[in-house]
Design a protein around this ligand. Structure first.
Ligand code: SDX
Length: 429
């Protein structure tokens, strides 16, 4: 792993030799753990050039637009697999055989209900609270219910916590929605698939149980797959950092949900629909493109750009295909927001500003149009993202805890006041 070396020449100090580590694929890394002896830190706000850990879960090649989960391309998983199979793959490293898959699916089904008392937590929220605020609260509250599986050093506890979180997130997400609607919460059903069950809990009521459209369930399942994991993004890094202190898995996932909420991250899917509404008509696109390019205007084209992808986000391509399928299935022709989104993409991708900065549509650009077509309100979009990403978060949490790790504790470049003595209040000007 470390047969190459880098030499750091620091003026007035002895050269520092640093090992270069090589992974399976992707850039080599310079191991700076030994840099402390030189009296220097590395400085990399936003971690633009920093590998925070070693991982075997997901690989992204931003230049080629490649996304692999345990080596399998996202396009193949989206086309040939399903979400629970992808969960098994992310959690265990290999695709399940038929017996392993049946056992995993059954295990998840048997954990979809939440403690009946958890319902009372919702009453503390206003009905018009943002769903992500409620999700942060109720997922964190799971720590108060599952005392029997909080020993993070116990592999069985880690396993049952992972299954409980994957199983309960759809139930909690649907409860959040029902609470906001003032409708009774629906219990999960074991005779439905994971995505069917979620749509059942979201849209059925005790008065009427309608069958779930298989096309919408398939689209929902595919959206879950496309959001399942994405290497060391902001929310996954948050979960790893929280987990490195020994915090319990439910608290770590609640931290991930909070980080995901931001419009620069998972909140972008909701922001895309808000932006399309604000643009309103194709005739206004040029005005908004100009705003996005104006350094003095904080407006960004939501759903465009990515820290890693400097080519197309492969998930956006699959999402666009799914979007076409769902709208066709629903008989929605000429959806004005889809038309607007496609025109916006066309115009932006011919503009030198976007081309020079490799700003392409990302996973969030088309997902909102599908979710809206399925009937999910915009305020729930990031909750769906959190639901799907939970398996990625908990897979990284498990991976970190399954081997040697240290508490994450970055240092800083201090540019504040040098040491000085305190002046008594009576003497201060
Ligand atoms: C997700 O990390 C992940 O993997 C995240 C994610 C996952 O699955 O976990 O993929 C999910 O979060 C996708 C991204 C969703 N966010 C958005 O769509 C919000 C809009 N996008 C931007 O905020 C931005 O592109 C980021 C946050 C996604 C990436 O920001 P970076 O890498 O810090 O890049 P940057 O902001 O420094 O931008 C580089 C340049 C800047 O211009 P210059 O200073 O070089 O002149 O590009 C410009 C930026 O101003 N730019 C944009 C833009 N995105 C970047 N200009 C207009 N519109 C945009 N959307």
């Amino acid at each position: 792993m470390a047969d190459k070396k880098a030499q750091l020449i620091i003026e007035g100090a002895a050269p520092v030799e640093l090992p270069i580590l090589t992974g399976t694929v992707g850039p080599d890394v310079i191991d700076v753990r030994g840099l402390g002896t030189s009296g220097h830190f590395t400085f990399d706000p936003g971690f633009m050039a920093t590998a925070s850990c070693e991982s075997k879960i997901t690989y992204i090649d931003g230049d080629k637009g490649v996304l692999l989960h345990r080596g399998y391309p996202i396009e193949q998983l989206a086309e040939q697999s399903d979400y629970l199979e992808t969960c098994y793959l992310l959690l265990n490293g290999e695709l399940p055989n038929a017996e392993q898959k049946a056992q995993f699916v059954s295990n998840v089904k048997n954990h979809t209900m939440v403690h009946e008392q958890l319902k009372t937590f919702f009453n503390g929220f206003r009905r018009d609270a943002h769903p992500m605020a409620v999700m942060c609260g109720v997922v964190g509250a799971l720590s108060a219910f599952y005392h029997d599986s909080l020993d993070i050093n116990n592999p069985q506890h880690r396993e049952i916590s992972a299954v409980r979180l994957v199983a309960k997130m759809p139930t909690l997400a649907a409860m959040v929605y029902k609470y906001s609607m003032g409708q009774p919460m629906m219990y999960p059903r074991n005779d439905l698939s994971y995505a069917e069950n979620f749509l059942h809990m979201m849209f059925n009521t005790p008065c009427e149980i309608k069958p779930i459209s298989p096309v919408l369930a398939k689209a929902m399942d595919r959206i879950f797959i496309l959001h399942a994991d994405h290497e060391q993004n902001a929310s996954t890094s948050t979960v790893r950092l929280a987990g490195s202190s020994g915090a319990n898995p439910f608290a770590c996932i609640a931290a991930g949900i909070a980080a995901l909420w931001g419009p620069a991250h998972g909140g972008a899917n909701e922001a895309v629909l808000t932006m399309l509404d604000e643009i309103g008509d194709v005739s206004n696109i040029d005005t908004f493109i100009a705003k996005a390019k104006d350094k003095n205007d904080p407006f960004k084209l939501m759903g465009f750009g990515h820290r890693v992808y400097k080519n197309r986000d492969p998930r956006a391509t699959v999402m666009k295909q799914t979007c076409d399928e769902v709208l066709r299935e629903l008989g929605i022709k000429d959806d004005p927001q889809l038309e607007l989104a496609m025109r916006l993409e066309e115009i932006a991708l011919t503009d030198p500003y976007f081309i020079e900065r490799s700003l392409y549509p990302n996973v969030d650009f088309y997902s909102g149009i599908i979710l809206k077509a399925i009937g999910i309100p915009t305020s729930m979009f990031t909750v769906i993202f959190a639901l799907a990403r939970t398996v990625g978060w908990i897979s990284h949490w498990k991976e970190m805890l399954s081997g040697p790790y240290k508490i994450g504790r970055p240092r800083q470049l201090y540019t504040g006041e040098p040491q000085r003595d305190l002046t008594a209040l009576k003497d201060r000007k």
